[in-house]
Write a protein that binds this ligand. Structure first.
Ligand code: GLU
Length: 449
């Protein structure tokens, strides 16, 4: 591991290891936060007395359940689903659902833990939670996805509510899945409760700019980091990992601000296009046809495809990890820095390993951690909840403007907090401490619950 832990924090971390065996991603997420909290305990000794950190590390509620469903050939299939309701000091549990074969309790807990601090940083009234299933939507028919979603919601609905727990999408969960989930919730509860899920379709309670929000927000955060350094995105060469929702809209906004995007990827390989990624073609392949990124290189003469390759070997000035956890290692980070990378903004959750983060921090480049840089998605979910509560529907421009303000505020909060705690420009320190303080103060005010 990278940095040492404060002597008050080491036993708390050891306890987390002992109480959550085998959940390596959760351990990693907790450790990364604890590594930055030493100075907070010095300034606010009451947090130690009230065991606020120990309480934050223990989810308020964890739900694990069986999801039986029938595939198109009539065979019975069984998946496992999770909802970890981590912390509700600031508002109803809020966070996405991930459908991916790698999902197990440790992944959901790492994501839920990150979500507490990310949601706190938005300044909006949302607590932290996360859920998902080891169901693999790849290669499934629409009817199979629908039956799976209906079965999952038949159990999950009793735990949800617009004031209780509000899921949304994540990897493997988009408009289609949210539609089936919302339909089943409405049917069972006999309530058109729009605010119970976010990421809905525009025709039935969704918010404009929600689809774009995570990617756009990451670029707004990146822009702010560059501004501090007297720089901008104009003319910068960027590489983006992934080609899902976050990656596509990060590419769209970065291009609009004058950047040149030359590579993106999926879990099978990477595409390099020195002519600049053709966004319309990418959207057609990924959003409309739901095909693999390899197809991009087959259709575009200027592109090459690296089977099993990653985008981190491609020389660039800006790197945007927008795929999944631990996809950017110390080795990748070293190559990026050596080839002239000056900024990294995490569109995905925990995409850089702890050792990778240390390489970026040591090199002094601008590094925006996910819980700050990708908070635009969940922030716009909270804006969707606001619109649902007032039975209103805002314009795209207004919603995007709100998103931009929120990302600018998050950046300022992180930067100022990093200064206050003697680590100017270290957004890992700034994001962790600022997020923690907001939740910690609320927990202390609410008493021992
Ligand atoms: N899954 C997204 C995230 O990681 C969005 C969650 C939401 O909108 O509730 O923040």
């Amino acid at each position: 591991m990278v940095a040492g832990l404060d002597e008050k924090l080491e036993p708390i971390y050891q306890d987390v290891l002992r109480r959550n065996p085998g959940e390596t991603e959760f351990h990693q997420a907790v450790r990364e936060v604890l590594e930055t909290l030493g100075p907070v305990l010095v300034k606010f000794p009451e947090f130690a007395e009230q065991k606020i950190i120990q309480r934050i590390c223990e989810p308020e509620r964890q739900i694990i359940f069986r999801v039986p469903w029938q595939d198109d050939s009539g065979r019975v299939q069984i998946n496992r689903a999770f909802r970890v309701e981590f912390n509700s000091a600031l508002g109803p549990y809020k966070g996405g659902l991930r459908f991916h074969p790698s999902v197990y309790l440790g992944i959901v807990k790492f994501l839920g833990f990150e979500q507490i601090f990310k949601n706190a940083l938005t300044g909006l009234p949302i607590g932290g939670g996360k859920g998902g299933s080891d169901f693999d939507p790849k290669g499934k028919s629409d009817a199979e996805v629908m039956r799976f979603c209906q079965s999952l919601m038949t159990e999950l609905y009793r735990h949800l509510g617009e004031h209780t727990d509000v899921p949304a999408g994540d990897i493997g969960v988009g408009h289609r899945e949210i539609g089936y989930l919302f339909g089943q919730y409405k049917r069972i509860s006999n309530r058109y409760e729009s605010g119970v899920l976010t990421g809905k379709g525009l025709a039935w309670g969704g918010s404009r700019a929600r689809t774009e929000a995570t990617g756009y927000g990451t670029i707004f955060f990146l822009e702010e980091m560059l501004k501090v350094r007297g720089d901008s995105l104009e003319g910068k060469t960027c590489v983006v990992s992934g080609s899902g929702n976050v990656a596509i809209y990060a590419i769209e906004k970065a291009m609009a601000l004058g950047a040149r995007i030359i590579a993106c990827s999926d879990s099978n390989g990477a595409v390099i296009d020195q002519a600049g990624i053709d966004l319309d073609l990418l959207k057609q392949i990924k959003e409309v046809e739901r095909r693999r990124i390899r197809v991009y290189a087959e259709e575009k003469a200027s592109a090459t495809y690296l089977e099993g390759g990653s985008v981190w070997t491609v020389p660039c000035q800006v790197a945007l990890p927008c795929a999944t956890q631990n996809e950017l290692t110390a080795k990748d980070a070293e190559v990026l820095v050596k080839q002239g990378c000056i900024a990294v903004a995490e569109g995905a959750n925990m995409p850089t390993t702890p050792e990778g983060i240390q390489v970026f921090l040591d090199a002094g480049i601008a590094f925006g951690p996910g819980k700050a840089a990708n908070a635009g998605g969940v922030a716009t979910s909270a804006l969707e909840m606001q619109q649902n509560a007032s039975r209103d529907s805002w314009t795209f421009d207004y919603t995007e403007q709100r998103l931009r303000e929120i990302m600018t505020n998050i950046h300022r909060t992180c930067y100022e907090t990093s200064e206050e705690f003697c680590a100017r420009g270290n957004y890992v320190v700034g994001a962790n401490i600022a997020g923690f303080l907001r939740v910690g103060h609320a927990m202390a005010a609410l008493g021992l619950i």
